[in-house]
Design a protein around this ligand. Structure first.
Ligand code: EPU
Length: 458
């Protein structure tokens, strides 16, 4: 829980924060991991189900805290939603509220994505501003400007975005929209809103991430007319109504990338499926530069064969198809153990290097200058008590812990639980030695347990 300034509220510890993850490093991993459905696809696809006045079945939905929160937001709008295993059934034939509750929006930034579908369906939406988060300020100006270009009247009062469509039909109008930056969220908001608009919408400089394509495919399965998703120009011809569908979400490329790095950092052979190898092109290229081999064992199955040593390399995060910011922290953990110096440049988010201080506590040698991190490879990391500061930073600390000498104790696990389904179970099945225990039960975290919960909303 955070204040409007992104500062932690006092001592509101969730169950995940009352626990710590202990990892005993240097145990080789081996075997196969099943990759879950993509978190960031699931979050927007659940929002997009609001566009449809009939039943929607969504499959391969990861069981994650963020996904549950998104479901709660839809339920608060009066939508029927049922979860059975990895299947989510949503029926938004009735939407009884156009205002999303602040308590839920403030916990999950992606909940802002319901603004487009609500406006398209009801002609009105009232969504609290999600605010900044631990990785950056993350404004929503591009979302808002896109909706305004489509005829919405948008006012921000008392921290709430009020969006209305005037006119007898309360229908948005197609528009040509150029995005100053290929924002994933803004592309998704505009694309969803445009599916039910009158006329054609073109998004220039659109985000090309696989999650945008997944969302477009879901909307198309409901009858939307979308072309060009996956390129930098997306065209949406509005239709009056969408229909029922049954859709399966893509595998999570960031979870897959994280397990590939787990193989590289522990010098272990790990295979993973299902994956879409093309979604991992940049990650695979960088792993190869560090000396690992990535073998395509089947069209949806990859195997990492680690090198004898880890070679240094430089990385710059960029919008897709560039190297993903969501893999930056994990690669930083890997490069701490490389032979030589590496430079990582983060260009997508302005505050996404908070794992550096924690990795340095484990013996890494990393210096930050602006948005650059200079990593001087060291011969070993040593286990230490550390604090997870955001979702991908948590993953980096787990990876570092797997490779470190001795015991690492990770606090603030609520970040990890937002984005990795059954991470501990999956790692245990590969042979990792780790355990989640109540904070007090672990001597290694003594003295750290009074830290309050850091900001959420990755
Ligand atoms: N931005 C603006 N104005 C806007 C929108 C974005 O200035 O209106 C800026 C942001 O502040 C940021 C940059 O543009 O500096 C990129 O933001 P983008 O909108 O592309 O990201 P997002 O939609 O907020 C999604 C993922 C993130 C992932 C980014 C980039 C979801 C729920 N989140 O965020 O995922 O890092 O795209 O790929 O889809 C994660 O999974 O750990 C995570 C943070």
């Amino acid at each position: 829980m955070t204040t409007s300034h992104g500062l932690p509220n006092a001592h509101t510890l969730s169950d995940a924060d009352a626990s710590v993850l202990q990892i005993w490093g240097k145990h080789p991993l081996k075997g196969h991991v099943k990759i879950s459905g993509a978190k960031n696809s699931a979050l927007t696809i659940i929002a997009a189900a609001l566009l449809c006045p009939e039943d929607c079945r969504i499959r391969n939905v990861p069981n994650l805290v963020d996904v549950k929160r998104m479901g709660q937001i839809l339920a608060a709008l009066g939508v029927k939603i049922e979860h059975h295993g990895d299947v989510l059934d949503i029926n938004a034939s009735t939407i009884s509220h156009s205002k999303a509750p602040y308590e839920l929006v403030s916990q999950l930034r992606a909940s802002f994505f319901i603004i487009g579908p609500l406006l398209a369906r009801l002609g009105v939406a009232r969504i609290p501003l999600p605010g900044g988060c631990t990785i950056g300020a993350r404004p929503v100006d591009l979302h808002v400007r896109g909706l305004q270009a489509m005829g919405a009247d948008v006012q921000i009062e008392h921290g709430i975005v009020h969006a209305y469509v005037t006119g007898s039909q309360r229908r948005l109008k197609g528009a040509k929209i150029y995005l100053d930056y290929p924002s994933v969220g803004a592309t998704e908001t505009i694309m969803m809103a445009a599916t039910l608009a009158e006329g054609e919408t073109t998004i220039e400089n659109a985000a090309q991430e696989p999650e945008v394509v997944d969302l477009a495919n879901f909307c198309r399965a409901m009858g939307a007319r979308i072309r060009g998703a996956g390129t930098n120009t997306i065209t949406i011809a509005g239709v009056p109504r969408l229909h029922s569908t049954d859709y399966t979400i893509n595998p999570d490329r960031i979870e897959a990338g994280t397990f590939l790095v787990a193989g590289a950092i522990t010098h272990s052979e790990i295979s993973l499926s299902p994956v879409v190898p093309e979604h991992l092109t940049a990650v695979i290229a960088k792993l190869q530069e560090t000396g690992a081999q990535i073998v395509t064992e089947a069209p949806d199955r990859l195997c990492i064969i680690p090198g004898d040593t880890i070679k240094a390399t430089d990385i710059e995060t960029l919008p897709y198809p560039g190297f993903p910011t969501d893999m930056q922290a994990q690669f930083m953990a890997l490069l701490t153990l490389s032979e030589g110096n590496s430079l990582i440049t983060e260009t997508v988010f302005e505050n996404r290097m908070r794992h550096v201080a924690e990795l340095n506590r484990m013996g890494a040698d990393i210096r930050i200058k602006g948005n650059h991190a200079l990593i001087r490879g060291v011969s070993m990391l040593s286990g230490a008590p550390v604090i997870a500061t955001d979702l991908r930073a948590s993953a980096a600390l787990v990876l570092a812990g797997l490779a470190a000498n001795g015991k690492t104790v990770i606090q603030c696990l609520h970040h990890l639980d937002r984005g990795y389904e059954q991470l501990e179970v999956k790692l245990l099945s590969l042979g990792a030695v780790l355990e989640r225990v109540p904070a007090g039960a672990d001597a290694g975290s003594a003295g750290l347990t009074s830290y309050s919960v850091l900001s959420e909303k990755d």
